[in-house]
Ligand binder design. Structure first.
Ligand code: FPP
Length: 277
């Protein structure tokens, strides 16, 4: 099984991006604007969600081609349960259909599927399809696609605190062992690095209870496009903008230039507090 390659003008654009700088290892996206996209066209909201699936397909394929390692999509938030019942159930049907329709293509493209969130709150058929797809793709070595479903950052943090309390009460961890690094290991994202780039579509300037802990030092990019219009060219713009940023992680420009010249591994150790600037 092999990844479908970019061709023609698109390949040229990708090659330029690859030559221009580092590709973010982890991109997280708040897919927003489906409803407004539909309303503008005098269509029902679900039409926007449907077209949103086409955008997901294009962005997943493009991320794989660019060598992005992790892509986290905010597909359904804890708060989205408060939407009108018929929109929620249509969204669940759409998710089920997308999982069924896309499963083989994703697998062929070496995608490893993962999910974060309160998965047990999803309808049983969605859970079954999701877990089956995750299992099918578990050994794939391409892009890791993380679907955030019935997810919120506060839910994640609260869960982590509960589990830490449980382990502390059972005597498995001591108070002094509770550090940021340990806390990380109790979050639903424990096997993924923090996002390098957060993209939000439709021009809104909010985090909306997404990866609250994990986004501490992510670069943000706000796209004016509604999600259904967000295709690979919009992604190239976001990555190109990211490549122009200087990530300082609270340090000075001089320190960053000095440390990055000492290599990525050293920089990672520095961030974890293992190495000194
Ligand atoms: C936000 O737009 C979008 C959602 C709440 C759902 C996103 C779902 C999809 C793109 C389809 C399924 C996803 C996958 C991963 C297959 P909105 O409804 O808030 O738009 P608005 O702000 O314009 O009302």
């Amino acid at each position: 099984m092999a990844l479908k390659k970019a061709t023609g003008k698109d390949k040229e654009l990708q090659d330029r991006l690859l030559a221009d700088g580092a590709i973010p290892q982890h991109i997280a996206i708040i897919m927003d604007g489906n409803g407004r996209w539909a309303k503008r066209r005098g269509m029902p909201r679900i039409a926007g969600h449907r077209e949103g699936v086409n955008a997901v397909r294009d962005i997943v394929e493009t991320c794989g081609q660019l060598g992005v390692k992790f892509l986290t999509l905010y597909a359904f938030s804890t708060e989205n349960w408060k939407r009108p019942g018929d929109e929620v159930s249509m969204l669940m049907r759409l998710l089920l259909k997308a999982l069924r329709d896309e499963r083989d293509r994703l697998h062929q493209n070496e995608v490893r599927l993962k999910a974060i969130g309160n998965i047990s709150a999803l309808p049983q058929d969605v859970q079954d399809e999701l877990l089956e797809a995750i299992d099918l793709m578990r050994n794939n070595t391409g892009l890791t696609l993380v679907l955030a479903l019935s997810y919120s950052g506060r839910w994640d943090i609260t869960n982590a605190v509960r589990k830490i309390h449980e382990d502390a009460t059972a005597g498995k961890i001591a108070r002094e062992q509770i550090t940021e690094e340990l806390f990380d290991t109790y979050l639903s994202t424990k096997e993924f690095p923090d996002p390098d780039l957060l993209i939000r579509t439709s021009g809104e300037l909010r985090i909306s209870n997404f990866l609250l802990w994990q986004l501490a030092y992510s670069e943000m990019y706000i796209s004016p496009d509604f999600w259904p219009d967000f295709r690979r060219k919009s992604l190239y713009k976001a990555v190109s903008e990211y490549q122009k940023r200087e990530r300082r992680f609270g340090m000075t420009s001089e320190q960053v230039r000095h440390t990055s010249s000492r290599g990525t591994k050293y920089f990672e150790r520095l961030l974890k507090g293992v190495a000194k600037p």
